[in-house]
Ligand binder design. Structure first.
Ligand SMILES: C[S@@+](CC[C@H](N)C(=O)[O-])C[C@H]1O[C@@H](n2cnc3c(N)ncnc32)[C@H](O)[C@@H]1O
Length: 1007
């Protein structure tokens, strides 16, 4: 016997037109059991106007609607239930959906003579609060009384009482041709039988078509000849059924051949055209698919599935308006077409008609409340609108219905993260990852939640596993973000190699990986011992043998992670800086010695080269006493003498000099370039001679857009000509496509209120005060299609920025020299203006802000960064100390200041400074503490400016953990935009804005 469960499921449901084709005549006798308000009766009459229909319905509300709708002499309504007995029975009357126009008196479509069971879980909004008594009879007895012994077609929708109908209709069924009924393999109603059991109860019938919730049975004892058909049975139908079965097995070509044969057998067969169209669409043969669907519609203009599929074709081709019209027609024909309502909602959403999309999803849910994807889509929609509570509810519903719905678990996890429900977020994301372990996105999002929960080692572990399988850009960035928060306690080759690559390539700004990398480096006890010894004897320098012992230098020589770190960013711990200072002294000792270098030293050439590069990066900020300075000067003189003699230059001599003076400052430095073999020393020459010379050459070609204001602008420029900011070497270059501006801003500030940029396909951005270019390079990669003008006062900064931009292959940045205060001399305007760490270095920061505003387009966005008065309280004290001692902003005085500070008793200020990356290179330290001009702002001042210029505050760029704390305290300000609250928060947490007040604002489109 057929196993109904392995019978392929056809999408949709049987249409009235198909029933007409099946019965092969336009005047069949049809029994309609559970006619409800006559929806199907109307359809049947449309397809077969001469049909005789015997309809049965016991539900009083539905009966009233039926009588109002249908007044056809060939339709006979019997106000009773059909079942296995005659007399009366309890009827479980449904309710719910009272808010809908058609169901003011309650949902009348689910009443049953059987008690509801899982129906209550699947459709919880459908209630069964009332029981009434209704008449009931068997179909056989009704037939006997009315002298009707058979039907061409029995259409049944008896809400779980399928077995009752069949039991009371043994005789009637024997001589009837088709039975079409709803079924469920889940017990929606108590005692409801499965499709297999139903088939067993119908020995005369074959299951010929199975839909998701309906099944068609054909009486195998009645041939078309004996059925008295007016027309011969349509041969196309059998061919299509065969084609469906083949398609189900993936035998597409053979299926297509059947459909084509069906078209040939009956060119008017709409279903044959539709099936052809579906295969053509799947093969992306769009024009042919369109013709096939249009033929289907020509054959049967009321064929809802054809309009629906044509809509899908248009949707796929991006014509959402046209698709929407197709869906509307399909729904007009079949108002209960849930898939079409969903598709319509998707199209409406794509057209930005969100409210209508939600309404359409909700209509589909009324028809099919168990449709998990609709709950999911509603969840996605609510998420994009920042309605997270609502989104979570929809997504929870989706996973209740479909527990293996991985994407829904994932989205729920992300939404719960936004809602600060981190337990739930972790659980949902773990579930998503366990269902789809290969999804890099799921792992990344889980890792980010683990980070928020202070579980960074586990986060690193799971991302490391993912990297091996899917080394996507997203996974790399996630790894780096997790690693940045981790201090490693366990060493291992895999984590070392991965962190080395993360710094080399890099996947994240390397200075953020410095401390995690150092934590690994120091797990090598040989290196840890050297660092301890150097610090123990500080400030005295130990002789190299005492510093390295027997195996320290070998360990340093064999540590690629350390080498990568040294050449990528300033090392940002005082202990390691002191060790490196001592190692530099050991290098000087080697270079000054008349003895030949030993094999351990030769093996350590790479380490020493990396150390020399570190010294250049930090701009020789390491402590250096007079004796050491003299020894370094002797080496420098020795090197120059060898160069003048055209003699061979020993590599250790070059490295020692490069560790104390930038090599481009030697007279005629190019001479060195030809003397050195490729290798680590050559890389030092590249860093210290080739690249600076390249910058010099680029400097002349930088255009000047404005004049420069006398006074503060000039002295600020002078500082940055001598000390360009920031001091960076490597930046990540993403290898995936950047998101559009609106999407990225929404991602960064999920609760931020803003009006999206109307067209964000190619925004123009100004980076005002771009410094050495890390800001402009990051901005140029952050938004899809963005074009950047980056300007600054300092030509040294701009030439570094330009060289690095070219080196990284970035082409959407234009550099120019200009003074922000003179930007009214140009006519260009921008969609986005960013100015971070700049305006507070002007005589009047608000004058600079106003000038920038004049260059911002209506509706444009600004990203600003200002010093906070509170967060910089330590700087205020330190600046007072600097002034009192008369330290100048020169390299010598910066070194002296750092050294003096370190020898004092440990102070709060020293502790604070030691955690600031800017403390570890000369230019950045000058910017941090010795600036020629700085203002610090309060949130009050910022708020007043925003109010005066009608700017909308969108949100702060802050660590998500800080935002969480804020939201916990000010739960009424989910968007985090109330600056008064923030002022209170900052008063209690004075380091909140240690990295400046960084925020986004929007200028209204019209004032
Ligand atoms: C601290 S740096 C910040 C660089 C960059 N925005 C960043 O965050 O990496 C400040 C920069 O602002 C520039 N600057 C200061 N006043 C300026 C002005 N009036 N016009 C243009 N640039 C200015 C300086 O030359 C310097 O490069």
């Amino acid at each position: 016997m057929t196993d109904a469960l392995s019978f392929p499921i056809i999408p949709g449901a049987l249409t009235a037109t198909e029933i007409r084709q099946l019965v092969g005549k336009d005047d069949p006798v049809i029994i309609e059991v559970g006619a409800n308000c006559g929806q199907t009766t109307v359809e049947l009459l449309k397809a077969m106007p001469r049909a005789t229909i015997f309809a049965f319905e016991p539900e009083p509300r539905a009966i009233a609607k039926f009588r109002n709708t249908i007044a056809n002499p060939n339709v006979h309504l019997y106000e009773c239930a059909i079942g296995a007995v005659n007399g009366t029975t309890s009827f479980y009357q449904s309710s719910g959906a009272e808010h809908l126009l058609d169901y003011r008196e309650g949902w009348d479509q689910s009443g049953s003579i059987r008690r509801p069971n899982s129906h209550l879980k699947v459709w919880p909004w459908v209630k069964f609060e009332k029981q009434i008594t209704v008449p009931i009879m068997t179909l056989d007895d009704w037939g006997r009384q009315n002298r009707i012994t058979k039907a061409d077609f029995i259409w049944a929708d008896v809400q779980g009482a399928e077995s009752d109908l069949v039991e009371g209709a043994a005789r009637f069924l024997r001589s009837s041709r088709y039975l079409y009924t709803e079924y469920s393999n889940d017990e929606w109603y108590e005692g409801q039988i499965t499709l297999n059991d139903l088939l067993e109860k119908l020995p005369d019938f074959d299951l010929v078509r199975r839909y998701a919730m309906d099944a068609l049975f054909k009486n195998k004892r009645i041939s078309p000849e004996t059925s008295g058909a007016i027309f011969p049975r349509n041969p196309a139908v059998a061919l299509i059924d065969e084609g469906n079965a083949l398609e189900e097995k993936g035998r597409i070509r053979e299926a297509m051949a059947r459909y084509e044969a069906a078209v040939e057998a009956d060119p008017q067969c709409a279903r044959a055209h539709l099936n052809r169209g579906n295969i053509l669409l799947a093969g992306a043969r769009f024009d042919e698919a369109r013709s096939a669907y249009q033929l289907a519609i020509t054959c049967d203009s009321q064929y809802a599935a054809a309009h629906f599929n044509l809509g899908n074709l248009n949707y796929r081709l991006g014509d959402l308006e046209l698709a929407l019209r197709n869906y509307q027609v399909a729904i007009g024909i079949r108002p209960d077409f849930a898939d079409a309502l969903v598709a319509m909602a998707n199209a409406l959403d794509g057209l930005g008609r969100t409210a209508e999309a939600v309404e359409s999803y909700e209509r589909a849910l009324v028809i099919n409340p168990g449709y998990a994807e609709i709950h999911f889509n509603l969840g996605v929609l609510a998420t994009t609108q920042g309605r997270y509570e609502e989104a979570a509810n929809s997504l929870r519903r989706a996973v209740e219905i479909k527990p293996d719905f991985a994407q829904a678990h994932h989205n729920l996890g992300v939404v719960l993260g936004h809602l600060d429900e981190l337990d739930g977020a972790e659980e949902s994301l773990r579930r998503a990852s366990s269902i789809e372990p290969e999804s890099a996105e799921f792992v990344s999002d889980l890792a980010m939640i683990l980070l928020l929960r202070h579980k960074s080692p586990e986060a690193v572990k799971i991302v490391l596993g993912m990297l091996g399988r899917a080394p996507t850009w997203e996974t790399k960035v996630t790894f780096a973000r997790c690693a940045a928060r981790t201090r490693f306690m366990i060493d291992g080759p895999e984590i070392r190699a991965t962190l080395t690559t993360a710094i080399d390539e890099p996947w994240w700004t390397p200075y953020e990986l410095c401390q995690p990398a150092l934590s690994l480096v120091l797990l090598d006890q040989r290196i840890a011992r050297c660092v301890r010894l150097a610090n123990g004897s500080w400030p005295a320098r130990l002789p190299k043998m005492a510093l390295f012992g027997s195996d320290g230098l070998a360990a340093l020589a064999a540590d690629p992670l350390l080498h990568s770190l040294l050449v990528a960013a300033p090392v940002t711990t005082i202990e390691f800086e002191r060790f490196l200072s001592c190692a530099r002294y050991a290098l000087l000792e080697t270079a000054s010695s008349e003895l030949a270098s030993d094999s351990a030293e030769i093996a350590a050439l790479k380490f020493y080269a990396a150390l020399a590069r570190q010294c250049f990066i930090t701009e020789y900020i390491f402590d250096c006493d007079d004796k050491e300075r003299t020894a370094a000067a002797v080496c420098r003189a020795k090197l120059l003498a060898l160069l003048n003699l055209n003699a061979v230059v020993p590599p250790f001599l070059v490295l020692a000099v490069a560790a104390y003076f930038p090599l481009y400052t030697l007279p005629d430095p190019r001479r060195l370039l030809d003397r050195i073999e490729p290798g680590p020393v050559e890389e030092v020459l590249c860093q210290q001679i080739r690249e600076p010379l390249e910058e010099q050459a680029l400097r002349a070609g930088i255009q000047c857009l404005t004049t420069i204001t006398r006074g503060v602008s000039e002295i600020v420029r002078e500082q940055y000509e001598q000390n360009p900011y920031p001091r960076w070497v490597k930046l990540p270059v993403r290898d995936d496509q950047a998101p559009h501006f609106n999407d990225e801003l929404r991602r960064m500030l999920p609760f931020g209120p803003f009006t999206p940029m109307p067209d964000d396909s190619a925004p123009e951005a100004l980076i005002a005060g771009c410094g050495t270019g890390s800001h402009s390079i990051i901005a140029a990669q952050r938004f899809r299609g963005v074009r950047v003008l980056a300007m600054d006062l300092s030509l040294s900064s701009l030439s570094y920025a330009k060289r690095k931009t070219q080196e990284l292959g970035i082409t959407n940045i234009e550099y120019a020299q200009a003074d922000i205060l003179k930007l009214n001399e140009i006519t260009r305007t921008f969609d986005i203006i960013e100015s971070v760490g700049v305006l507070h270095h002007m005589a009047d920061p608000f004058a600079g802000w106003r000038t920038l505003l004049s260059r911002l387009r209506p509706g444009g966005f600004m990203n600003l960064g200002f010093y906070s008065e509170i967060a910089r309280r330590h700087v205020v004290k330190l600046r007072e100390m600097i002034a009192a001692h008369g330290y100048a902003g020169t390299l010598d005085d910066i070194r002296r200041f750092r050294q003096d500070l370190a020898t004092q008793n440990p102070s709060v200020e020293l502790k604070w400074l030691s955690e600031m990356p800017d403390f570890f290179s000369a230019s950045e330290c000058r910017d941090l503490l010795f600036h020629v001009q700085e203002h610090r702002l309060t949130l009050d001042q910022i708020e007043s400016f925003l109010a005066e210029f009608g700017l909308h505050f969108i949100g702060f760029d802050l660590d998500p953990r800080v935002l969480r704390q804020y939201r916990v305290r000010f739960s009424g300000d989910q968007s985090g935009t109330n600056l008064r609250n923030w002022a209170r928060f900052e008063a209690d947490n004075p380091d909140t804005f240690a990295g400046m007040y960084r925020f986004w604002v929007q200028q209204p489109r019209s004032k």
